[in-house]
Design a protein. Sequence first.
Lengths: 339, 251
Amino acid sequence: MKSLRTSSTPGNNRILAWAALGALCAACAVLSLCLGPVPVGLGDTLGALLGRGEGPQAHIVLYSRLPRTCGCLLAGMALAVSGTVIQGVLGNPMAAPNIIGVNAGAGLMTALLGAAAPAAASAAPLAAFLGALLGVMLVLGIAERTGASKLTLILAGMAVSAVFSAGIDAVVTFVPDALLGYSDFRIGSLAGLTMARLAPAAWVILPVFGLVLSLAGEMDILMLGRDVSQSLGLRVKPMRLLLLGLAAALAGAAVSFCGLLGFVGLIVPHIMRRLLGEESRGLVLGSALGGAAMLTGCDLLGRLLFAPFELPVGIVLSFVGGPFFIVLLLRQRGGRIHD
Amino acid sequence: MIELRELSVGYGRSAVARGVSMELEPGKVIALLGPNGCGKSTLLRTILCLQPKLAGEILVDGTPSERLTPRQLAQKAAYLAQSRATPNITARRMVLHGRFPYLSYPRRYRREDYEMVEKALRWADAEGIADRFMGELSGGQRQKVYLAMALAQDTQTILMDEPTTFLDVARQLEVMATARRLAREGRAVLMVLHDLCLALRWADKVAVLAEGGLLFQGTPEEAVEAEILNRVFGVRLSRVMTESGWQYYYG
């Protein structure tokens, strides 16, 4: 898919890239458990995880850092994989969950649920999923009616996102308690996350991720374009809708507990495509690892940079991810671009 | 075998070509000729159910094509499209996609699939580039890979939409030779061609689509004698006998 390619770096370094990704992800997770305003040693952290620790340190690891780290890993993975699927299925490098209305839709539904039924917090992932699905279907519908060019899709996404965002603001204006920590939700933050809030989303993200991986072959075929995929016996339209639905479920579930985090879903797939090539199975797995590592790393940075004050991860993500992406774009200028 | 009966093709309600009846006989290379916009590509796409037919029937081994699932149809007819996306994966991986119609969910390629891929790569003379990435290949090399992908689909009928466009003369002849070999193996090949001389020289049959329908089908000799191409294309077609058979030229 020509427009998706930022450069061709088919390399023999692929094994190295996988090893580095895995190590990076593991390192981020471990550091995220150990570091913070109160540093906890590796041994103590492990002890606490295995249920052998005592005292405030073990308490911090188990009830503050563990949910937060799990949340970062899950949300990063979900948003990045969602972005990979959306970009691949739509054949559009500009598409990402935050751009085509998925995140805003999920946010709006979460806010509505918070306003209407504050006690039903465990239903948040479901509401978020419905909102995300509504967003993506609206955008897709508008784009198809107007000719489905890559640009229309993005413009339709922006319009739908704007409406949904206004909806979130309106809900919060009338019911200020609808979203726990409104500013954190808008920026995206994982502070104060509990396992109880995380669990329902995890139950959505993990199986859906497995399902997406099992459809990697179909995604590969879709990349060949509509005609060729159909001539290979793939039912293109239902498959596209199914995959976009799964992407919406992933992003929606993530938004339900981490707020409107945008950047992961856009840049991680681009980085992974350069690192690992365009085969979907590898790309999905790599995006999961890369997204998890990136969000966990950024969250850790946000906790450490101005300790004891905390920067919400959304801010760090944009500060780190933005320049990184720009460098990527600048380097692409010299790269080969094929038809 | 695929049979067309009184088939009308086009977009929306307006037919580009009406009442097309023809048989895609196994063992024959059929060249589909006609001026721009006469519906050649549309006909191919309609046969493959990539767009709805307006009227008539498409029979695939006697079964109306609308009763076949996309997968069943993909096991009967392969398509070499005119415009194609080129994901940056290895050529071998690309050819492996041709086995997609034979797999069920979750897709796991089997040993026979890999064997078929190697065979297809040999057929298309693409073994040497099998491990290269699509992005690194020239237009002609990519064409070989796409051809190998269609061959890996292992179908009785192969539809090619302008397979010789953008190729140099030697590669054009190679494509035609491959088509002939496929026909010798008992497959039916229907190819849209713009080069009249190439078509007349290499095809077993030519079909001329023009003026809203199928004007003519027959052997190249019959086409020349009927002067149908002169009329449709506004050229004067002549031929000379050479050591390797009739060669055609126009002016």
